[in-house]
Write a protein that binds this ligand. Structure first.
Ligand SMILES: Cc1ncc(C[n+]2csc(CCOP(=O)(O)OP(=O)(O)O)c2C)c(N)n1
Ligand SMILES: [Mg+2]
Length: 435
């Protein structure tokens, strides 16, 4: 039945989703969770497989590639008339607004960095549907471990524009007290673990949390987001194995956006990309069109139900494209063409696709679009102006909040800094800091 499904969908290749780098899977409109036959019976033999007298080598050609699940084509129409959208007009518009807010915030903060107002920035251009679509499918109590390009998850959960902007300006109202690089958000209230720069460290941590939630039987699920580049880290492989063997309610969500800084996906892995690894580890897998917000939402919802009821972790691989540069420290014109970026931005943009769907449904028009964009822009500029006026936290806070009781070496460093600033304070912009 499964191969039939794939064969049927192979004929549909080329309609809406383009072949993605070397993964080249076909597009599917059936949500199809790939999984192993469950042989987790404690009385099963160590190797519950048959013997054979025929020497055989299994290669990737023997295994069908996992198709890309899709609901909306790039024209904003359902790819299959049997498809169902489980969101009403109000929720759809809310999802659209969250993507637009993320997009406009990114544009303005990117410019703020270029003007030297903040030190660093990373945009989510082109990946707004991945973050908002998946966030909309989770419960607000589910715990999120992000990488850095999933700000839309926080946007969906209610992180305010000021929350984002204060963090990027490292001012006194930044929840992280100015101790992290811009974009490294976190919110205890919104169940979003503070981001950390070393790639993939969040993946095994997420599995650990999921294991704790399973033991606590608290009905909460954990999601870890990571890029296809981060998926090459040893931490990700270890996390997959822990998730499988500890049988955790965890969603391992890979954003396959075509690049890890300058390394294209085709050089990042072999086999059937990231989703293709899942079954080998004993996890379930679904590959989805990341620029189709409804497909991402459905897949995440399905994955959540599945991992919560079966205690089998699910790998979601969302095929998308990083439209912006990697960060403000990168110039991607050095390794990819302008045409490639424009093509993805114009033809496969997740925001445009949802807008077309809403227009076809008579839920949206040019006038609403202009009003929304104008309002968001005004809100962001107002929050930026406010954030710029705020002082930075007291310098002594540099040493607090890591240890319950400050250890000797930090006491020493703190005293050294205070002494240094007493002598040479005139050379530092101390007026920008709270006293
Ligand atoms: C352990 C580690 N190695 C290298 C880096 C430098 N680095 C930061 S982001 C990045 C690329 C990650 O690419 P991917 O996981 O695909 O995420 P994307 O930026 O595409 O969203 C690299 C190599 C790092 N932060 N941590
Ligand atoms: Mg990437």
């Amino acid at each position: 039945m499964h191969s039939k499904l794939i064969l049927r969908n192979l004929r549909a290749v080329g309609t809406a989703v383009r072949c993605f780098q070397s993964s080249c899977a076909s597009s599917s409109t059936q949500l199809n969770l790939e999984t192993q036959n469950d042989s987790r019976n404690s009385s099963a033999p160590v190797f519950p497989v048959d013997f054979t007298s025929k020497l055989q080598v299994t290669t990737e050609r023997d295994v069908a590639k996992i198709p890309i699940y899709q609901v909306l084509g790039s024209d904003g129409r359902l790819t299959d008339s049997d498809q169902r959208i489980d969101v009403d007009e109000e929720t759809t518009v809310k999802m659209y607004e969250a993507m637009m807010r993320q997009n406009i915030l990114d544009g303005i903060l990117y410019q703020a960095q270029r003007q030297g107002r903040i030190s660093f920035y990373m945009t989510s251009f082109g990946e707004e549907g991945v973050a908002v679509g998946s966030a909309s499918a989770l419960e607000s109590t589910d715990l999120v471990y992000g990488q850095y390009r999933e700000a839309g998850v926080l946007m969906w959960r209610g992180f305010t524009l000021s929350d984002f902007i204060n963090q990027c300006y490292s001012n006194d109202e930044d929840l992280g007290r100015g101790r992290q690089m811009p974009v490294h958000y976190g919110s205890r209230k919104l169940n979003f673990i503070t981001l950390s720069s070393p790639l993939a460290t969040q993946v095994p941590q997420a599995v650990g949390s999921a294991y704790a939630f399973k033991l606590a039987k608290n009905g909460r699920c954990v999601i870890a987001y990571f890029g296809e580049g981060a998926a090459s880290e040893g931490d990700t492989h270890a996390a997959f194995n822990f998730a499988a063997t500890l049988q955790c309610p965890v969603i391992l969500f890979c954003r396959n956006n075509g690049y890890a800084i300058s390394t294209p996906s085709r050089e990042q892995y072999r086999g059937d990309a990231i989703a293709g690894r899942a079954v080998g580890y004993g996890l379930a897998a679904v590959r989805v069109d990341g620029n189709d917000i409804f497909a991402v939402r459905n897949a995440t919802k399905y994955a959540r139900d599945y991992c919560m009821s079966n205690n089998i972790g699910v790998v979601i691989e969302a095929m998308t494209y990083r439209v912006g540069h990697h960060s403000t420290s990168d110039d991607s014109s050095a390794y990819r063409s302008k045409e490639e970026v424009e093509d993805w931005d114009k033809s496969y943009n997740p925001i445009t696709r949802l807008r077309l769907f809403m227009e076809h449904s008579n839920w949206w028009n040019e006038e609403k679009e202009k009003l929304l964009a104008k309002q968001i822009k005004a809100d962001v500029l107002k929050a930026v102006a406010e954030a710029e006026k705020k002082l930075k936290p007291e310098i002594s806070e540099l040493f607090t909040d890591v240890y319950y009781e400050m250890p000797d070496h930090l006491m020493e460093q703190s005293a050294y800094l205070a002494d240094h600033l007493k002598k040479y304070g005139e050379h530092y912009p101390l007026d920008n800091y709270k006293k």
